[in-house]
Design a protein around this ligand. Structure first.
Ligand code: ATP
Ligand code: MG
Length: 558
């Protein structure tokens, strides 16, 4: 597979021994929400490069905005990163808030070099003075404040002597720059808030632009990889670092296209709204595109990493089809999932020629893709459950499952014939009376006899009752963020994204199912046990993904 442009750059720099021939990247989440599949792209890129090129990657919390951030997110993010990329993740995380004192010293240095000043403009005056992309801004009346005065005011800002919004520290660059980000941008703002790590020690907080480049420099980051919207910030990133006494060579920023996924929203602000407005059951709701939601649904780290390889890294914004993610999940689960039989919507069957007292033991293969997974036994008895959709009283021609008078093979077991359909007063099917060909199982005289359909089943007496949650896409339109005139992305929710079945029956081996282990319910889809909501004797299973869209005879002509 060809190298992406970022790996090309890293290898070029390694070959030129630019940073003494080493690479150090970082993944810098803001702890204001849970990580999503877009973050996974960034994690795979940053950790991937570090692991492949014997470098390092720092997990750094960009915790410079106390208002939206929380310790809960710090914990969740660490767990998600470790789960996704175990081998490259260092024990210790880094925090921008650990550098607050250093940032302050750098700001003082900038004031001394007449590269920063304390500005008394209100937020509105600041915005008005910035100008537009085509017209220059106007200089702040406070721009020529002498360094001594700036130093004194900045110290008083830190001491909490001024209310929020009263003053800012601004870089002194160029109000006529064609790049708006260079028009004397803010470096510090006053915030009377409690920070989740530094408490009330600070009354001023650095902006993203000031904190990010300095954190990179302090940690010896060589390649600072971020998404395309930060390309316009790069001149400011470079300007700040070049004007401070920092070891050279300086870190360099490179941008790549963010992941956009169809039928999905990938912005923490929007995901936060889904949680806050209770459209989903939390950040780890299996419909969420969060790492924790995907994990709870039964997706493996390998599948997510495969997906990140598939999408690649480019400089072009695009929309990735969520079907590609589903494809990667299926491809991965097909290889690792243990097979089992489960009947989602049960239909009772009585085998008339099977002795009431007898339990048969049939051998079933755990994973045809992996011989080491071995075999198990599945009990067979006089009463079974079949899938309701595997029987039709009056089926179309190409229906190869069970019909009155017809035959099917029961998976791993016998050929069975439907003799009689029993209904209740309302005309609903109550049960099927069937017979089996006792010689048709493996090793029997008629084992080789062919019938067109094979269906799954469970023994009624031995089956476990379970709740099954069938998850579907959360949104019903490909681009919910472009909902259209006057519509919010929340207006595009798929009303059928959650279907719960309360009376499903599982083969007994699934009593031992471990959360996080994938199962293929044969002919149905991939499932895993829900850790949060399962109770002893009352398991809950999530559908990870279906086994691709099945042929539905009800939709075809007879
Ligand atoms: P969001 O827009 O979802 O709130 P963010 O960029 O504000 O995301 P951060 O916590 O700042 O969230 O992101 C941490 C890192 O993850 C950044 O380097 C950012 O560029 C990257 N990242 C965020 N979203 C995506 C995405 N959709 N695709 C690729 N990388 C992303
Ligand atoms: Mg952000």
């Amino acid at each position: 597979m060809s190298k992406d442009f970022i790996r090309e750059i890293v290898d070029r720099d390694l070959a030129a021994k630019l940073h003494e021939g080493r690479v150090r990247t970082r993944f810098p989440p803001e702890p204001n929400g849970y990580l999503h599949i877009g973050h996974a792209k960034s994690i795979c890129l940053n950790y991937g490069i570090a692991v492949e090129r014997q470098g390092e990657c720092n997990l750094r919390f960009d915790d410079t905005n106390p208002i939206r951030e929380d310790e809960e997110y710090v914990q969740a993010i660490q767990a998600d990163v470790r789960w996704l990329f175990a081998e490259g993740v260092k024990e210790q995380a880094f925090y921008a808030s650990d550098y607050f004192e250093r940032f302050y010293e750098f700001a003082v240095e900038m004031i001394n070099r007449r590269l920063a000043f304390v500005c008394d403009q209100t937020a509105q005056e600041f915005a008005d003075g910035r100008g537009t992309p085509t017209s220059p801004g106007t200089e702040s009346p406070w721009r020529e404040r002498p360094p001594d005065e700036n130093l004194a005011l900045f110290a008083r800002m830190r001491a909490g002597e001024f209310p929020e919004g009263a003053k800012t520290l601004r870089a002194r660059i160029d109000m006529a720059s064609p790049n708006i980000h260079l028009r004397d941008p803010a470096l510090y703002r006053i915030r009377q808030a409690v920070h989740h790590r530094t408490g009330d020690a600070w009354k001023i907080y650095p902006t993203y632009d000031f904190a990010h480049c300095l954190s990179d420099a302090l940690e010896g980051i060589t390649h600072s990889l971020c998404t395309l919207e930060f390309a316009v910030h790069r001149p400011l990133y470079d300007w700040i670092l070049e004007h401070l006494p920092l070891p050279r060579p300086l870190p360099r920023q490179y941008e790549f296209a963010r992941l956009n996924l169809s039928y999905t929203v990938l912005s923490k602000r929007k995901l936060n709204r889904l949680v806050a407005e209770k459209k989903v059951a939390g950040w780890d709701d299996p419909r969420m595109p969060t790492i924790s939601g995907l994990r709870r649904r039964g997706v493996t780290p390998e599948a997510i990493r495969d997906f990140c390889v598939e999408i690649g890294v480019t400089r072009y914004d695009g929309l990735t089809d969520v079907a590609l993610l589903e494809h990667c999940i299926r491809r991965d689960l097909n290889l690792r999932a243990l097979r089992a039989m489960a009947v989602l919507r049960p239909l009772r069957v009585v085998i008339e020629n099977w002795d009431e007292a007898e339990t048969g033991e049939l051998e079933a293969i755990n994973n045809p893709e992996d011989d080491s997974a071995g075999v198990r036994t599945v009990p067979f008895s006089r009463e079974l459950y079949l899938e309701q959709t595997d029987f039709m009283e009056d089926p179309p021609r190409k229906f190869f499952r069970l019909r009155p008078g017809g035959e099917v093979r029961l998976r791993y077991a016998f050929i069975m014939k439907c003799q009689e359909v029993e209904k209740d007063e309302a005309g609903q099917i109550r049960l099927l009376r069937c017979t089996i060909d006792p010689e048709s199982r493996r090793g029997g005289a008629t084992a080789g006899r062919r019938v067109k359909g094979t269906i799954h089943w469970v023994s009624a007496e031995h089956a476990i009752k379970a709740e099954i949650r069938l998850w579907d896409r959360l949104f019903s339109v490909p681009e919910p963020e472009k909902a259209g005139e006057g519509r919010d992305f929340l207006d595009c929710l798929n009303p059928e994204s959650r279907e719960v079945l309360h009376d499903s029956r599982l083969e007994p081996s699934l009593a031992e199912a471990v959360p996080g282990t994938a199962y293929q319910f044969e002919r149905v889809g991939y499932f895993c046990r829900d850790e949060r909501d399962s109770r002893p004797g009352a398991p809950v299973f999530n559908r990870t993904v279906s086994l691709r869209a099945p042929f539905d005879p009800r939709k075809s002509k007879k």
